[in-house]
Write a protein that binds this ligand. Structure first.
Ligand SMILES: Cc1cc2nc3c(=O)[nH]c(=O)nc-3n(C[C@H](O)[C@H](O)[C@H](O)COP(=O)(O)OP(=O)(O)OC[C@H]3O[C@@H](n4cnc5c(N)ncnc54)[C@H](O)[C@@H]3O)c2cc1C
Length: 404
């Protein structure tokens, strides 16, 4: 059996009632649709844009890694990576050509500070204890033997060869095709209707849908759509695409400056660059206007990509504006930088799958599985990503050092 295409529908076909409405057709909403179907729940997706996966999902760096520094994130990301590694098998398709562009060239976290050796070693010990036993601790010399273009200044690094990146656009398309859930495009949810503390429907730009179950998977717009407050801040994040250039090594890993957060990876003969800088909360927006100064920042400043990979310092002087493309999106940040998955604390029938804090591509499969279990009571709702963990809580435990 050949895999079919996603069931795209236009607004005129919107049903008057349905058991479950998923708001948002990014990678998180589409993965939710597939997993809900596996657990016997029939859902529809409403998507405000003209197509699926075209907003934050499309703006990302598409990187996937299991190298995290706490047990829960490691488990979530390792499960998701396993899903991406066995994509066709997991989706139950026999389409061997359904590539998602999985590229496992590894993830390298590198530091020029010798004192980070202890930090990295202890992180690897945590990873091993969590079952992730293939992360290597490298000296600067060992890192340079593998990747000769690295700076002489690097003192220590960690590397995992099975980390890497995918093409999220292909993944969204394939997951939506496998889910065979109706996806209503150009339909914007304006209000989730609640009566006596329970969901009763959704107002949309194409009419009202009666339902007692809604999943908010609206990315940066989740906070403003939710009928109850969500602990989410929105941070603008930039991405710079550099066109194909023979100076950019194509066999390298995602290379992260652990001291500054700037990073890059090979991309279609060129590269994709990003930087996790501190940000302040902003309203949800689409499109997200980039700051043109980011180009200079990531290519020319002290902590930019040239610090660990000096070839950038020569290349940047030769780059023409036609060879770079700057874009931006919004990270949906929670206080502990972990997603909100499962029942909303105060509204019956309202479920959340959002707040991925910059890790929604790598977290979506495991997150959607957890959501489906929460909605079918296959778990007891007490998993580490349950939204009620913030009730009455003001501190922020287990924050990852670098939000990439
Ligand atoms: C520069 C940058 C780099 C990143 N790099 C990575 C990375 O390397 N790896 C990684 O894992 N993550 C990365 N991320 C984060 C990742 O992109 C997100 O976590 C992920 O895309 C979130 O997916 P989503 O489906 O929740 O959101 P979205 O892709 O934004 O999807 C939400 C959808 O909901 C729709 N919607 C919103 N409101 C409504 C409404 N009212 N009615 C109907 N539809 C609505 C939107 O149109 C949108 O399509 C990066 C993000 C940025 C900005």
């Amino acid at each position: 059996m050949r895999q079919s295409i996603p069931r795209r529908r236009d607004a005129s076909e919107l049903p008057a009632s349905t058991p479950v409405v998923i708001v948002g057709g990014g990678i998180v909403g589409v993965a939710s649709a597939w997993f809900l179907r596996q657990y016997g729940l029939e859902a529809i997706v409403v998507e405000a844009a003209h197509d699926i996966g075209v907003r934050t999902t499309a703006m990302s760096a598409h990187c996937i890694r299991a190298q995290f520094s706490d047990r829960d994130n490691i488990a979530m990301m390792a499960e998701s990576l396993d899903f991406y590694e066995h994509f066709n098998e997991r989706l139950g398709t026999d389409r061997s050509d359904a590539s998602i562009g999985l590229c496992q060239q590894g993830y390298l976290f590198a530091s020029t500070d010798p004192a980070d050796t202890g930090v990295f070693a202890s992180r690897i010990a945590t990873q091993r204890a969590a079952g992730l036993d293939d992360v290597e601790l490298l000296t600067g010399e060992e890192a340079r033997q593998r990747f000769p273009w690295l700076s002489d200044e690097i003192a220590v690094a960690t590397f995992r060869s099975r980390d890497g990146w995918i093409d999220s656009r292909l993944a969204v398309e394939a997951i939506a095709a496998a889910a065979q859930v109706p996806i209503f495009l150009n339909v914007s949810a304006s209000e989730i209707l609640v009566e006596a503390g329970a969901v009763i429907g959704v107002n949309t730009s194409a009419g009202t849908i009666a339902t007692d179950t809604v999943v908010i998977a609206a990315g940066p717009f989740s906070r403003e759509l939710s009928p109850e407050p969500l602990p989410i801040s929105l941070w603008r994040r930039h991405r710079l695409i550099v066109a194909a250039n023979s100076a950019i090594p194509q066999t390298g890993p995602v290379t992260i400056d652990a001291n500054s957060g700037s990073h890059w990876r090979p991309h279609r003969g060129g590269a994709l660059l990003a930087w996790a800088q501190p940000e302040t909360d902003q309203p949800a927006q689409w499109p997200v206007q980039p700051d043109p100064e980011f180009v200079e920042l990531i290519l020319q400043s002290e902590g930019g990509v040239g610090r660990l990979a000096p070839f950038w310092n020569d290349l940047r002087l030769r780059l023409r504006s036609s060879e770079i493309l700057l874009t931006a999106g919004q990270y949906t940040m929670t206080p502990d930088h972990r997603p909100l998955i499962g029942a909303a604390p105060r509204t019956r029938g309202l479920y959340l799958n959002t707040g991925y804090s910059g890790h929604g591509i790598m977290g979506a499969p495991a997150g959607a599985r957890i959501l489906a279990e929460a909605m079918t009571r296959s778990n007891d709702g007490s998993h580490p990503f349950a939204p009620n963990r913030f009730d009455g809580q003001t501190d922020s435990p287990d924050i990852e050092q670098v939000v990439i």
